[in-house]
Design a protein around this ligand. Structure first.
Ligand code: 13P
Ligand code: SF4
Length: 300
């Protein structure tokens, strides 16, 4: 293990590479990363760094976003098969049809989407800024793709706009049920329930706080409570435990594991650095148009 970490660190230096990882990654992958964060922080980090190569430990749309924002860098996704089923739920054709059906609406696209879909949208958002992004738009009507739960969550906060959510969903967060969270809340009545807005509306209705992974971490850091039930992917527990040794965390459901996020291993990271696999390559036109949507989000 140590030799593998030493080789990763040596290659990183040699190739002027930076390893960035999402908070759902395996603990050992988070530990070797130069930066760990939520989708919004990772997009910003991909844009603002001096590395020549970015090794992206996450899923495909995240590495693609890094390439869109840093076209001159080599962006490597250690496991080319690490995708996000939600991102695959909306196609270019469907976005074009939505545009025709709602000509006056803005199309707001969650970053969990392909570069082609971003290119056809007006602006991107992440779970940490979706409300702010929608509020920033002059449009009264918003088509929100692809996550229905996040779309409904935004609609609850932004009352003066009509939000039309697409029917996509996260296959992991969707598995958490209201009954399950009620049971665990009854078991630990002193605990606060913190969930990701990709959870269903019924689960969100039971929560004390909803936010992106980084917002959940920030909430715990500033809370004077010491017991929490966490309604998002289990990888987040690594940082929560490290940063809050005196606090107790329970996962809202044992089903909160994203198999795609868990594909990346230290071996895969080493292989990516040694063999420069798998490089993200995008068509210029798609990349340039997707850049506009992502960059508008970063400017909000
Ligand atoms: P955030 O890290 O932005 O909260 O997103 C979670 C997620 O599901 C990424 O796929
Ligand atoms: Fe996609 Fe859900 Fe996994 Fe996030 S947790 S990458 S939304 S499947």
């Amino acid at each position: 293990m140590d030799t593998m970490i030493e080789r990763i660190n040596a290659l990183k230096k040699e190739k002027n590479a930076m390893i960035i990882a999402h908070l759902y990654q395996k603990a050992e992958v988070q530990d070797i990363a130069d930066f760990v964060g939520d989708s919004f922080e990772l997009s910003k980090k991909a844009k603002e760094n001096d590395a020549e190569t970015i090794v992206f430990c996450g899923v495909h749309f995240m590495a693609e976003s890094a390439k869109i924002l840093s076209p001159h860098k080599k962006v490597l996704l250690p496991r080319s098969d690490a995708g996000c089923p939600m991102a695959d739920m909306v196609s270019e054709k469907e976005v074009k049809l939505l545009r025709e059906k709602y000509p006056d609406a803005a199309i707001v696209c969650y970053v969990n989407s392909s570069a082609e879909v971003k290119a056809l949208s007006d602006i991107c958002c992440t779970s940490s800024n979706a409300v702010k992004v929608v509020e920033s738009l002059p449009h009264k009507q918003i088509v929100f793709i692809p996550d229905e739960n996040l779309g409904n969550y935004v609609a609850k906060q932004v009352k003066d706009k009509e939000i039309i959510p697409f029917k996509g969903y996260c296959i992991t967060h969707k598995l958490v049920t209201r009954e399950e969270v009620i049971r665990i809340k009854n078991e630990f009545p002193e605990a606060e329930l913190l969930v990701h807005p990709e959870c269903t509306e019924e689960v969100l209705g039971e929560a004390d706080f909803a936010g992106s992974t980084a917002q959940i971490i920030n909430y715990v850091k500033h809370s004077n409570k010491d017991t929490f039930i966490i309604g998002t992917e289990e990888g987040i527990l690594h940082k929560l435990h490290n940063e809050n040794p005196g606090k107790t965390f329970y996962l809202a459901s044992p089903k909160l594991i994203c198999m795609n996020m868990k594909k990346t291993s230290l071996e895969a990271v080493l292989d990516a650095l040694e063999n420069e696999t798998t490089e993200i390559v995008l068509e210029d036109e798609v990349r340039e148009r997707a850049y506009l949507s992502l960059n508008r989000m970063l400017e909000v």
